[in-house]
Every structure is written in structure tokens, then in C-alpha cells.
Design a protein around this ligand. Sequence first.
Ligand code: B12
Ligand code: SF4
Length: 570
Amino acid sequence: MRIMLIHPNYHSGGAEIAGNWPPAWVAYIAGSLKGAGFTDIVFVDAMTNHLSDEALRAEIARVDPDIVGTTAITPSIYKAERVLEIAKEVNPQIVTIIGGVHATFMYKQVLSEAPWIDAVVRGEGEEIIVDLCTAVLNGRWPADRNAIRGLAFREGDTIVASPAAPTVKNVDAISPDWSLLEWEKYVYIPLGVRVAIPNMARGCPFTCTFCSQWKFWRDYRVREPKKVVDEIEGLVRDHQVGFFILADEEPTINKKKFMAFCRELIDRGLPDKVKWGINTRVTDILRDIDDLKFYREAGLVHVSLGTEAAAQMKLDRFNKETTIDDNRRAIQALRDADIFVEAQFIVGLENETAETLEETYRMARDWDPDLANWSMYTPWPYTPLFQDLGDKVEIYDFEKYNFVTPIIKPDALERGELLDRVMNNYRRFYMKKALFDYPWKGKGFRRRYLLGCLKAFLKAGFQRTFYDLGKVNYWGPQSKGKVDFHFDETRRIAPAQADDWEAAAERAAAHRKAKQSAALRERAAVAKAARADVRETAPGVLSGPEMDDPAASAPVMACGGGKQQLAQEA
Ligand code: B12
Ligand code: SF4
């Protein structure tokens, strides 16, 4: 039985300006399939190869697969749906499946607008895909689909979801197969070396209102550091990878495992061969101030500090947990340890103004990170903040939900003006860096890396791919009135999806009420305990059913903040 995995050809000029990135989902799904004996797997990266629909059609016909699987985050959903439509056009017998965060939460929408999709794989794919392929192999598909957990599919006019699958509990059994990729194509521009995206930890114990990731991965799990380093050693040895980023939301929160990971890299002499980067939170950096040099010794050269951290300044609804001074100190500490630091700002909520955008610029100058990003707030439709925004969300063209397009129109600004002000921040910030900082400050690796980052920016600026500026017709401040984001306003939420949300909102409201009463009771108990001088104990990680419903979560915390840490054992 032949399985074909296809990464859809979606582009938006944000993070991808740093190079071509390998799709990690393919390695993780293929590894699991191969482990179960499905060895005939073909992968096509339509994104990296910029494949047209016709080229893809020819490729599917040539490969002649039994199953075609693709992936989608929210903005790539239409391209992914089209991949599977083409597969069905080539051969209606092909079983078409889709996984990833968007289809997981929006399966009713997806199956309504793309009825040619045979199954949505909801959640982590490693175990579900094996069950599904086994059913196809044994001729029990589609008869057995109700018995496979973690699927959604159409039964005539009805959209059916089988019970949710548990998360992958034995994360040490995860064994990705990176060999399917065309490695010479995945180059990280700042260093001119091959890049990979291994995954050490899954999930996040926080529950930020705007974020989809904690809901997707549910409970927090970390793989055995030695096994992750085995994987990285293999990537370096077999595929000459010279840089990786951890795909993790929160790699540092379990400090013990993170330290063990660094120690293992050092013991195997890997930092000379491979450098790496992570996303993390300000609080973890401050907690680990004395260890940052050790992290750098292990090859950690780039830290991106949670988008939210800075945005909290004006987005109280994200629940601010750090101070400006915390952010400044974390950035300085990283720079002192010779680690490049990238500060991320979310802009473009309805309360954004010219002044608040200017404030983020001043903050960026004041904190002086090596790199700064201004992402457009993007209302993932399955997050609590989306529900709160109500009719402020007018655009349902998910292709533009990509951090570079203003989905929400601020009350005080046109979308074109918002883009222009963001570009103005980028221009000023990087102009100063290019003239007064990168070429002169630091030497050796630091200087080379920063100039490499500048090169990536300039390349994207020159090709006008940065923020899709070419596509939206932005040529500088004089063009801000003529910018056209090409929103497809015919796109709507499917009735099946809307009904689902209504039911979820009612459940959430009931849950919230129950939670509030519980919180009040808890607060009273804590106050009583404090009076009795009882030492407070740290709260545990959220897990299990609590994570299934956003409203059932503990107080909403923001990425840069929160005092919660995982217990150090395990
Ligand atoms: C690495 C990364 C990138 C790389 C992409 C590499 C690539 N080619 O895939 C780069 C830097 C290019 C990038 C770009 C963008 N990214 Co990005 N990226 C990530 C990051 C950090 C890790 C993703 C990852 O590899 N995870 C590990 C893999 C194993 O997980 P996974 O893909 O979810 O796959 C699992 C399941 O979903 C499922 N599954 C997935 N697909 C399939 C398919 C089948 C058939 C099956 C059975 C199962 C299955 O099984 C897998 C294993 O369990 C995440 C944040 C995060 N920490 O997750 C953001 C993230 C995915 N990115 C995001 C966004 C928005 C973007 C951009 C639009 C931003 C921009 N404008 O630059 C672009 C879009 C680029 C594109 N065309 O896809 C968002 C998506 C949000 C959402 N809810 O849709 C995320 C979640 C970041 C965030 N904070 O919100 N990104
Ligand atoms: S800390 Fe917040 S933004 Fe970061 S991954 Fe967790 S929930 Fe998402």
C-alpha cells in the first residue's frame, strides 16, 4: 500500500524569509508509519518546490498512491483542501486525509467546504494514522472508521466525529523518519546551513486566550533528552544539518530535562557542529540567568521571547504577568550570555492606535534586542479571544490568517495605515541595527549571524515577499491608501461549524460559572491557610480533561508571565 504525504504550497512572507524549512509533521508521521510496517511512503513538498496544481496533479498520477495525506495550519487550509481535491480528481479511489491544528478544531468547517476529504485526523497524528492505514490495508475502510479514535468524516450529509484520541503518552516511542526529505533544499539563510525542526516537548501548561497551541497538544510531555539528542546527532551525521529550532512551545519549563538536553549535546561534542534556537518565556530566562552561559555552550544561539510578552503592555486581556523591567532584564541577560534575542510584539487589535504602535517601537529601542518582530494579531477561530471579539472579526478568509495581514481593523486606523506603521517600525529598527550595531558590535560568530539575519531581511525586502508586500501592493508610506489585502469576503463560517461553536460557548459559560465558584472557594481557603502561616505550594500542571475546554482552564496566563513552573522531577 502506497502512502503519499504532501505539504501544501502556501506562502506568506513572515518566518519563512529565513529560508526553506522542512515540514516536521512528515518526519513524525512517516516515522510512526514505518515503525508499524508501512514502508512505501512518498513525500512531496509542494511549498518548498512551489508546485503548481498541474504539477502536483502530474506527480500524484505518477506516484499512484492509495492514500494521500496533507496538513494545514489555518492559513494553509484552502491550499490543503485543494491538494486533496486534486488527488480525488486523479483517482476517486484514493483515501484523502488531512491533519494539523486547523482541521482538528475546524473539522465541521473543513468537511463542509471540502466534502472530497475522507477523514480529518484530529490531534497528534502518530497513533491515529497507524490505525487508519491499518483499516485501509485490511479492507476495513470506511466500514471501521467509527471505531478509530480521533477522526472526523462525512456520513452522507452528516459530519461525524469519533471519540477524541488520547495524546501520545509514551513520547519516548516517537521515532521520526527524516530521510524522506530533500535535504539540500532546506537551508537557513542567516548561517547558510541545513536546518531541521525536531520536537522535544509537546504542550504548554499556560492557557493564553489568543493561542491555539495549548489546546492542541493538551497535556505537557517531554521526550527523554538522550533520545532527542540521538535524533539530532542523526540529523547532523546523515543530513548535514547545521542549525535547528525546537518545534516546542515551551522547551525550558521543565528545567531539569532542558539542562540534561544541553549536557548531552555538550558531551557528544555537537555544539561545534550544530547551533540551535528556541521560543521561550521571559520568566524562564530570568529563572535561568545563571545557566544561560551553559545553554550557549550547548549551542543555543537564538532565543525568541514570546510574542505576547511585549504585547501585554497594552493587551490587559492577555493577563500581564511580567513587567517592562523583567523584559529588559531578560533581553540583557541573553545578550550578556552571547545569545541572540528576538523580541516579538503582537499588534493590530481593535484598540491599536498610532501611539501604541510608536510605543512598541520605543520599547524595542529601549530593550535593544538583536531582532524585533511585529506580528499582526490573528484571531484563530478556535481560541477564547476570538469568541470575545464578536463582530470585530469581519474577515473569514482564513488564507489571510497569517500574522502578516491585519484581520481586525483597529477602530482608529485603516488596515493600510496599520501595515504602514508596522513597516515604519521595521525600517527604523533595522536601519539603526544595520548602520550602528550589526557590523560593529560583537565579532566572530555573533557578527556573522546578525549580518546573516540582515541578509535574509534584505533578500525578502528586495523580492517584496516580506509581509506579502508585493501581493498587497505596498510600496512605502505614499501607497498606504492603495493597499489591497484581497480578502475573499464570500468566505463564511459553515452552518455546521457555527452550531458547534454555539454549543461550545454554552458549555463554556456553564463551566466558567462553576470555575468561578470553585476559585472563590479556593481563594477563601488560601486566605485562611495564609492566616495560619501555612506555606503555599506550587500549582500543578494542567492536564487531561481540563485542557479540553478553554473555559474550563485555570486563570488565563500570558506567555511572558506566570509563576507556574513544572515540578522538577520526571
Ligand atoms: C516550525 C514552524 C514554522 C516553519 C514551518 C516549517 C514547515 N514547513 O512546516 C516556518 C518558520 C516556515 C513557519 C512559518 C509559518 N508559520 Co509556523 N510554526 C512553526 C512551529 C514553531 C512548529 C511547527 C512544527 O513543526 N511542529 C511540530 C509538528 C510535529 O507538529 P504538527 O505540524 O502540528 O504535526 C502534528 C499534528 O498536527 C498532526 N499532523 C499534522 N499534519 C498532519 C497530517 C496528517 C496526514 C496526519 C495524519 C497528522 C498530521 O500530527 C503531527 C504529529 O503529532 C509552530 C509553533 C509550535 N510550537 O507548534 C508555528 C506555527 C505552526 N506557525 C504558525 C504560523 C501562523 C505560521 C505562518 C503563517 C507565519 C508567517 N506568516 O510566517 C507561516 C506559514 C508557513 C507555511 N506555509 O506553512 C502558527 C499556526 C497557528 C494556527 N493555529 O494556524 C503556529 C502554531 C505558531 C503560533 N504561535 O501560533 N512556521
Ligand atoms: S505560553 Fe501562552 S502563547 Fe506561549 S504556547 Fe503557551 S499558551 Fe501559547
